[in-house]
Design a protein around this ligand. Structure first.
Ligand SMILES: Cc1cc2nc3c(=O)[nH]c(=O)nc-3n(C[C@H](O)[C@H](O)[C@H](O)COP(=O)(O)OP(=O)(O)OC[C@H]3O[C@@H](n4cnc5c(N)ncnc54)[C@H](O)[C@@H]3O)c2cc1C
Length: 377
């Protein structure tokens, strides 16, 4: 096991690929012109493209691999209001007013996502379940501040354990949403290319190994590995690997809502067809998880498997094992800014980028086109 992967492991595909067909877009060959070029066709880049199109721009989008091949199509499938930190922690770090505003704005974005791709979203709510009395006390602190601030939360005690219910959160099929957004963008006139890695990004466009997009605006919408695409961010952004497993449809458990536990380190949900998608245990891998290598490892996969059997309590066979990269910032806030003349960036969502990334993608589109946005958190 010299490469750290598991012999005989199921293919390194996310459970989200079940029943979702690849788009099979062509690569970029030759030079084309656009008003804006978006680098990265995950949920954030595709939301950015939608906003650019709404603003009347001619858009080209490129991805080094395929639509949703990064974290955007390989994640836990939670749509969470708020930023990565829990509300009371966010209030401590960033001020109460800003934390409340971020919660409200992300909730509005979550509602927009649900309306935009209803087939991909289930309005289930989510549960934060405490692992011990200390975490339960932390749940109480979160509950009390959220109630004071008029944010939607309830105390929860059920067979899953004790903690909090967030009734407005949701579950979604992240890869399906990416593919739907891409299909829609193409139908509205965007030109999207797969297997087209940006190798040079300058103020006048983007070069790939076989082509060039000439555009006065370039927007880089990449989460994991962002500091490699934009080296100026190397000191501020750090890439980490997150891992998951998926099962065949489970008939021995029935989870109505996605659950996260151990301060959000571990998370699982049961999909509409009964499959379990379970992720977390980054801490078990230690410092080795701060890597650009996005392959599953034995240590974390074994921890996930133990959790599946002992905590989630299903015997369903494991059919999928996968990993993907995201990036973190020291202050826990995303990077949404202009980095060079003609080049803007959105990324580094600190592990919860499904909702924040969509909003940031739209915000950076507005910033690049008009210099103004009301969408920043
Ligand atoms: C296992 C796991 C579980 C998670 N669970 C959740 C969750 O439940 N809820 C939540 O909110 N968040 C979750 N996250 C985080 C969330 O998935 C990400 O923050 C979000 O999906 C990032 O999407 P994105 O579109 O910004 O970036 P990415 O998914 O990183 O997409 C960037 C795209 O850019 C492409 N790219 C990279 N470099 C180049 C280049 N040079 N040229 C061209 N293209 C390039 C990549 O191929 C990729 O397709 C999880 C992440 C992981 C890994």
């Amino acid at each position: 096991m010299s490469d750290g992967t598991r012999p005989g492991a199921p293919a390194e595909l996310p459970v989200w690929t079940v029943g979702v067909r690849p788009l099979g877009l062509t690569s970029l060959d030759g030079t084309i012109d656009a008003d804006a070029c978006v680098v990265g066709l995950g949920g954030s880049g595709l939301s950015c493209i939608g906003e650019l199109q709404r603003l009347g721009a001619r858009v080209v989008g490129i991805d080094a691999e395929t639509v949703g091949r990064g974290a955007a199509g390989r994640n836990g499938g939670f749509l969470l209001a708020g930023i990565a930190a829990f509300h009371h922690e966010a209030a401590d770090s960033h001020g109460r007013e800003r934390a409340v505003r971020a919660w409200r704005l992300t909730l509005a974005e979550l509602e927009r996502i649900a309306a935009e791709t209803p087939d991909a979203v289930r309005r289930t709510g989510t549960l934060r379940i405490a692992i011990d009395d200390e975490e339960l006390a932390d749940c109480e602190a979160q509950l009390s501040m959220m109630r004071e601030d008029g944010l939607p939360v309830e105390r929860h005690a059920g067979w899953e354990g004790r903690g909090l219910l967030f009734p407005r959160d949701a579950s979604f099929q992240p890869l399906l949403r990416c593919r739907q957004l891409a299909t829609r963008a193409i139908a509205a006139g965007a030109r999207l290319f797969e297997h087209a890695r940006a190798v040079t990004i300058d103020g006048e466009g983007v070069s790939t190994p076989a082509g060039r997009v000439r555009a006065p605006i370039t927007i880089v919408a990449v989460d994991g590995g962002l500091e490699r695409v934009i080296p100026e961010l190397a000191g501020r952004v750090r890439t980490v690997r997150l891992q998951m497993i998926g099962t065949a449809p489970a008939t021995d458990v029935h989870y109505e809502r996605p659950v996260y536990s151990r301060y959000g380190l571990d998370y699982w949900q049961q999909l509409a067809d009964g499959r379990i998608a379970l992720g977390g245990f980054r801490d078990v891998g230690g410092d080795e998880e701060w890597t650009h290598d996005a392959r599953p490892t034995v240590a974390v996969q074994e921890a996930l498997e133990r959790c599946l059997r002992e905590r989630v309590r299903t015997r369903a066979p494991i059919t999928h094992r996968w990993a993907a990269s995201v990036s973190y910032t020291p202050d826990g806030l995303p990077v949404v800014e202009q980095v060079r003349r003609g080049v803007w960036v959105t990324g580094a969502y600190n592990g919860t980028g499904n909702v924040v990334g969509a909003r940031s993608g739209r915000a950076v589109a507005q910033l690049a086109v008009s210099g103004r946005t009301e969408l920043l958190l």
